[in-house]
Design a protein around this ligand. Sequence first.
Ligand SMILES: [Zn+2]
Length: 336
Amino acid sequence: MIVSAGTPFAEAVSMHRAGATTLAIRDRLRALGLDEEAVALLLAAVGARASDAPAPEAEWGPTPAPLSAAPEPLAPVAPSVDAPPVTFATTCARCGVFLTGTSSALVLATAYCTTCAARPDVNYPRAFRDAHWGKRDGWAWFFGALSPFIILAGVFGLLNGPSVTGLLVSFTGIAWAMFWTGAQAGRIALVLAAVVGATYNVVSGIFPNLFVIVCTALAMTNTRTKLFFEIEVSEAELAKAWLNVHANRFAQWARGFGIVSLISFLAWLGTLWAAVATTSFGAIAVVLGVIGLRTVNEQAQPPIGGKRSAVVGLTCGAISALLGAIGLLFATKLLS
Ligand SMILES: [Zn+2]
């Protein structure tokens, strides 16, 4: 029988070998969260296991305390303050094995055994991180592709005579190229170029370049860009980024069509075009919403969400389709 160290059974066996009384073992097993049936089973197994232990060297040597020893009064076992966050009573959320402090791992606040926690379908935030770690993302390519043109513009500006603008534009181009290389200094240079550029613009009475500021802010906060620069990101942020890439597309499209169908009803209120557009967009939203709802599987690993989006799409779509159909009926009545 193979027993990994740290299971309630292994602990019961070691307690028994150390001379603990049945009552003490029973109390410990109860403290671990096992029910009466499991405690009784384990105690019986401990008895069988104890007989496997090497026999005492001498017949008159000390014999281990029998399991049927008279109960002794014992103080209730208080939960240890130093207890690991995952107790023995916890089981793996995927395969159900008992977990110990050393054989368990938390993924999104759920306890798994280390084997299950290593699976990409369970630890999808980790899989997302590993897939994008040190790899150039869209923002890196965006700044990298634009940088030669910005540098050229700056250099041409400087050729016409020394100017602060020429220097700033050149610096911005160099910063963007540095960002593309993935050097940590590239992130600092990117922010510095945007801040110095905006400050100079404001001081000289020009409206700051919003395009540069917005792109810089988005790139600095993007999860995949952080992973490109090999910056550790929280598990929650990784999970969110994963969902953005792999979410329930039907539900997302349903919500989009549902909202567009309502807008088109309001935008062209009373026209035949509005009635046609609203009815068709609404019907598409309803169909996508139904598919989206059927796709939702929160128990799946990784989970498939989008319930709220699907319901929003379905509701907006149904209202629009109804309103559009009434509009079409009116229109046909008026035409005839
Ligand atoms: Zn497991």
